[in-house]
Design a protein around this ligand. Structure first.
Ligand SMILES: Cc1cc2nc3c(=O)[nH]c(=O)nc-3n(C[C@H](O)[C@H](O)[C@H](O)COP(=O)(O)OP(=O)(O)OC[C@H]3O[C@@H](n4cnc5c(N)ncnc54)[C@H](O)[C@@H]3O)c2cc1C
Length: 229
């Protein structure tokens, strides 16, 4: 199918939020946390890249959060797209979704790894039997806490949701958490070893967090992860 760009806006330097629609369907079916794959022929080569959907199902529209990789093959092309442009895409896929039944959980993201959690968090919380949920989100600077207002609004509405942004290059005015997500893991988990832990971001962070969790005694079945590279 083809996806058309409807709107776009920069939400941080080199990070752009896109709204797409798929005119040939009335409803795009997917589970929060799944991704679509885009395909384009660039310099004679057919290139495909997956992108997590940052929105909840909403007719034939869906939203993405894309990080520009300057030396990358695909993202410079995506960052040239304007409203009205279109691109080939697959139907939504993927197993990085909230488990059923949803156990008490910790979501851990860095950078654009926040994308699936923007959809999974309201999905998790809207369940009548929702448990305690903590979202630990690592970025460099305060102005790159993507979707901060959305997560703060959820934290105000749901007492069982804790939103913990942490900055690795915090400005002196910042009074919140500092350092990498790894530094806050033990506090987020406490004494519990029966939680589900969902991790999304680049390989180095995901592997590091998984190793810490294994060291803390977590079973690998409780660790659900998506690596972006
Ligand atoms: C399931 C899945 C979902 C994804 N969802 C998103 C998403 O929602 N938003 C998004 O921006 N990307 C997402 N990605 C990454 C995306 O598919 C591409 O890998 C990324 O856009 C880089 O493509 P490129 O061709 O420009 O770079 P390439 O030429 O493939 O070079 C990639 C290199 O760039 C570096 N890099 C820097 N930032 C990133 C990044 N964010 N992702 C991957 N590599 C990076 C890595 O070191 C990597 O080796 C996802 C990946 C997977 C597997």
């Amino acid at each position: 199918m083809r996806a058309n760009v409807v709107e776009l806006r920069d939400i941080a330097p080199e990070v752009r939020h896109f709204v797409f629609e798929v005119p040939e369907v009335e409803q795009l079916h997917f589970k929060p946390g799944q991704f679509v794959s885009f395909t384009e022929t660039l310099k004679g080569r057919k290139i495909t890249r997956p992108y997590s959907i940052v929105s909840l199902p909403d007719g034939n529209r869906f939203e993405l959060c894309l990080n520009l990789v300057h030396q990358g093959v695909f993202t410079p092309h995506l960052f040239q797209m304007k409203p009205g442009d279109s691109i080939d895409m697959s139907a939504p896929l993927g197993f990085f979704v909230v488990r059923n039944p949803a156990k008490e959980a910790v979501f851990i993201a860095t950078g654009t790894g926040i994308a699936p959690f923007r959809a999974m968090t309201p999905d998790y919380l809207s369940h009548p039997a929702a448990n305690q949920l903590t979202l630990l989100f690592g970025v460099r600077h305060e102005h790159t806490i993507y979707y901060r207002d959305d997560f703060q609004a959820l934290a105000s509405s749901y007492p069982n949701f804790r939103f913990w942004p942490t900055l690795s290059r915090a400005e002196s005015s910042w009074t919140g958490r500092i350092g990498h997500v790894q530094a806050h893991l033990v506090e987020a988990i406490g004494d519990r070893r029966d939680l589900d832990i969902y991790i999304c971001g680049l390989k180095t962070m995901v592997d590091d967090v998984r190793a810490i969790l294994k060291g803390l005694g977590f079973d690998r079945k409780q660790i659900i992860f998506e690596k972006y590279d």
